[in-house]
Design a protein around this ligand. Sequence first.
Ligand SMILES: C[S@@+](CC[C@H](N)C(=O)[O-])C[C@H]1O[C@@H](n2cnc3c(N)ncnc32)[C@H](O)[C@@H]1O
Length: 458
Amino acid sequence: MSVTSTSHSESLDDDSLHDLVRDALGKISLSANELDAFIASLSSRHRNVVRVRREVAPESLPFPTTPVPWYSLGYRCESTESRPSKELAYAAGDYYVQDAGSLLALAALQADHPVALKNQTVCDLCAAPGGKATAILESLESSGFLLANEPIRSRVPALLHNLSRTGSDRFAISQLDPDDLAKQLTGCFDVVVVDAPCSGQALLSRKRQSISALSGHQIEHSASRQQRILSAATRLLRPCGKLVYSTCTFAAAENEAQIDGLLGSHDFTAESIPSLQPYASPITPGCYRLWPHQHDCAGSFAASLIQGEASWSAKTFRNNKPFKTTVELDQWFTDSGQVHRYFGSDSSLYAIPIDAPVWVERVAKLGPEIAHRTGKVWKPAHAAALQRGTLLRSRQTLDVDHETAAQYLSGAPIPCPSRGWTVVQYHGRPLGWVKGDRGLGKNHLPTASRFTQLSPPR
Ligand SMILES: C[S@@+](CC[C@H](N)C(=O)[O-])C[C@H]1O[C@@H](n2cnc3c(N)ncnc32)[C@H](O)[C@@H]1O
């Protein structure tokens, strides 16, 4: 078997590949048979997995599934023919499609547990495109707050899009280097998640990574970046707070060695998670691994650490001067006063709950968009239509059937009896805005949110 680079046409013979993989794994040693199975699995694809919202019953999914053993909100499509991202249920936000491996970090965070993140202030330090952050937001429900940080600017739009799809308003996005963020918000978080940039060896199976992911140089480069990010993460955490670290790579230097480093240099204890014992790392207690040849996923690593008494004092902040907006929100929403704080730019207005942490406006670049300006005219934002379970209520809603929902999601106008801005809903799930006039609703769905080839109803 040979693994071929996606960027060059380089390929390795079996012996060289075995040596490369053995070196990449470092302290993790696999038997000869297991190494063969592992290498073979690096070029196989795995079945799609969906992570459902807590209120969505798996029986209601439009394709047959089986539960993912390590995360109670994860379901694997039984058939490789299922196309979960072509379903109306997906467009309506019932689930998120991700690799089963990425659910390991969420399991370490216990984000599927109804109260694990209640009232918690969480920082997702490496957040784009939002696979973990969306799960965290759904888990916070109507309490707590998420700061999703992503320093690479080009990756932020996808993060905002995905966070908005949750319908939550309990988040903000910062775009800072972790060290700068730690200087500004020392000791402010109950939970910090570091889903670190890594050599990405698990992505080989999805052809999103080249064989250079296994090289010593790439592993060393990633490991030293991870160390810097983790050092910032420890300073963001309050005393007794929780740090969850994860990667999608197999190299021990990027995984267990990072945890050993933290345990050796800081007052941390590795959390033993009973439900994850079947996936325990063979070399470091409190660390967990999924393997592509054993667990029908691309593979991943996760660990959860609890901080002892920190040696720094948490930053304190004065209340902000309230940001006054001149946008007339009352024309679209029944509530727009008292319960929100606003921030934004010339062309976007963001609204967060009034009880959000006082520091949000100091670091936030983006958040739950409530209105945006095109030319001289302010319009209600698509993200505001998607809110659910928040205190924002649109003045008008229109319930539609499957056929009209599909027509709307394709970007076409739909029949609309009311005049003006109206939120289109399918079985209570918001899809976006139309502007009604003389019986027809002009479609205001952003191009990025359109679905042109949805599966027919079953
Ligand atoms: C593995 S991905 C995160 C995936 C994300 N947590 C999710 O679940 O969808 C790592 C992210 O870290 C970002 N990143 C790169 N360098 C970074 C740094 N120095 N500090 C923090 N994040 C960084 C990358 O741009 C990338 O979006």
